[in-house]
Design a binder for this molecule. Structure first.
Ligand code: NAX
Length: 332
C-alpha cells in the first residue's frame, strides 16, 4: 500500500478549512490512490469546535482518510509532515491597525517556521494562506533555513481564478477556456492581474484575450480593480470573507504543484530569483510552470510593457515595506 501522506492544515476549525478538508481528504488534490493522514492544528480555545469538524470528517467515511490528528500542540502538528497548508492566522479586527495585524502574524509564522525547520520532513511543501500571505511566507521561510527556500509558497491562485472568471464571463465561455492569466506581486489590492499574455478559446478558436475582448480601457481599468478588490466585495456581500473559493484555489495550487501543469502557467507566490527585476528572496507572485516531480520554474522572457512595469513595481514596493516591517518586528 502507498504510504499515507502527512498533510497539516492549520486554522483547521476555521471557515476556509471547513470547505477545504473534504476535498483534500477525498483525493482531489494528491490523487485518488494516495492515502492521507490529516493533521489539524488550531488554538486551544477552538478544540471543541475542531472536535465537531473531526466527527464530521469521520462521518464522511472516506476511503483515503488513513487517520485524523487534531491538536493544539505545534510539536505534534509539524512532526514529519510532507505538506503544510498554513491557513490559521490572526484575523483583522475592527479598529486594529495594519501594523498590529502584521505584528501578531509575524510572531505566529516565525514560530511555525522554526517548527517546520526542526520537525517537518526536509522535502516538506508549504503553502501560506493566512494574511498577509506573502509576508507570512517570507517570515516562515526565513526561520526554516534547513528547508529549500523554493518549498515555501503563498496562495495567489484565488486571484488568478477570479481574473480568469471575469474574462470567461465577459467572453461567454467557462474558466477552463481561459489560459495563462498572470497575477504579479502581493495578494493584496496592489496585485497586478495581467491578461496581456493570456488566451481564450471560443468556438474551438484560440485568440489573445485582448483580441477577444477588444476593449483595452476595460482590461486596463475595471477588470483590474474588480480582481484587486474582489475579497472586499465578497466580505461586503456575505459579511464573511471568501471561503469556498479560497478552499478551491488552495486545492488548485497544491494539485498543480503535486502533479505538474503540462506546460501551462499558474500563478504562485514564490521566492524571487531576481526574474523581471524583482528583489531576490521576496515572496512575489509570478507565473510558473510545474513539472510532475514537483519542481517549478518562473516563466522567463515575457515582454513587459511600461504599463505592466509600473504596476509590478508598485506591488513590489508594498512587499518590500511589509517585509522590512516584519523583520523589524521579529527583532523586537
Ligand atoms: P477563520 O477566522 O474562520 O479561521 C482561522 C482559524 O485559524 C481559526 O479557527 C483560528 O482559531 C485559527 N488560528 C489562529 N491562530 C492560529 C495559530 N497560531 N495556529 C493555528 N490556528 C490558528 O478565518 P478563515 O476565513 O478561515 O481565513 C483564514 C486566513 O486566510 C485569514 O488570514 C484570511 O485573511 C486568509 N485568506 C487568504 C486568502 C488568500 O488568497 N491568500 C483568501 C481567503 C482568506 O481571506
Amino acid at each position: 500500500m502507498t504510504e499515507p501522506l502527512r498533510v497539516l492544515i492549520t486554522g483547521a476549525a476555521g471557515q476556509i478549512a471547513y470547505s477545504l478538508l473534504y476535498s483534500v481528504a477525498k483525493g482531489d488534490v494528491f490523487g485518488k490512490n494516495q492515502p492521507i493522514s490529516l493533521v489539524l492544528l488550531d488554538i486551544d480555545f477552538m478544540m471543541g469546535v475542531l472536535q465537531g469538524v473531526v466527527m464530521e470528517l469521520r462521518d464522511c467515511a472516506l476511503p483515503l482518510l488513513h487517520e485524523i490528528i487534531p491538536t493544539a500542540d505545534k510539536n505534534v502538528a509539524f512532526k514529519d509532515i510532507d505538506v503544510a497548508i498554513l491557513v490559521g492566522a490572526m484575523p483583522r479586527r475592527e479598529g486594529m491597525e495594519r501594523k498590529d495585524l502584521l505584528k501578531a502574524n509575524v510572531k505566529i509564522f516565525k514560530e511555525q517556521g522554526e517548527a517546520i525547520n526542526t520537525l517537518a520532513k526536509k522535502t516538506v511543501k508549504v503553502v501560506v494562506v493566512g494574511n498577509p500571505a506573502n509576508t507570512n511566507a517570507y517570515v516562515c521561510k526565513t526561520f526554516a533555513s534547513s528547508i529549500p527556500p523554493e518549498n515555501f509558497t503563498c496562495l495567489t491562485r484565488l486571484d488568478q481564478n477570479r481574473a480568469a472568471a471575469q474574462i470567461a464571463e465577459r467572453v461567454g465561455v467557462t474558466s477552463q477556456d481561459v489560459k495563462n492569466v498572470i497575477i504579479w506581486g502581493n495578494h493584496s489590492s496592489t496585485q497586478f492581474p495581467d491578461v496581456s499574455h493570456a488566451t481564450v478559446t471560443l468556438n474551438g478558436q484560440s485568440s489573445s484575450v485582448k483580441d477577444a475582448i477588444k476593449n483595452d480601457s476595460w482590461l486596463q481599468g475595471e477588470f483590474i480593480s474588480t480582481v484587486q478588490t474582489r475579497g472586499a466585495a465578497v466580505i461586503a456581500a456575505r459579511k464573511l470573507s471568501s471561503a469556498m473559493s479560497a478552499a478551491k484555489a488552495i486545492c488548485d495550487h497544491l494539485r498543480d504543484w503535486w502533479t505538474g501543469t503540462e506546460g501551462s502557467w499558474v500563478s504562485m507566490g514564490v521566492p524571487s530569483d531576481g526574474s523581471y527585476g524583482i528583489e531576490k528572496g521576496l515572496i512575489y507572485s509570478f507565473p510558473v510552470v510545474i513539472k510532475p516531480d514537483h519542481s517549478y520554474s518562473i516563466v522567463q522572457g515575457l515582454p513587459i510593457s511600461d504599463f505592466a512595469r509600473e504596476k509590478m513595481d508598485v506591488t513590489q514596493k508594498e512587499l518590500v515595506e511589509e517585509k522590512n516591517d516584519a523583520m523589524l518586528t521579529v527583532q523586537d
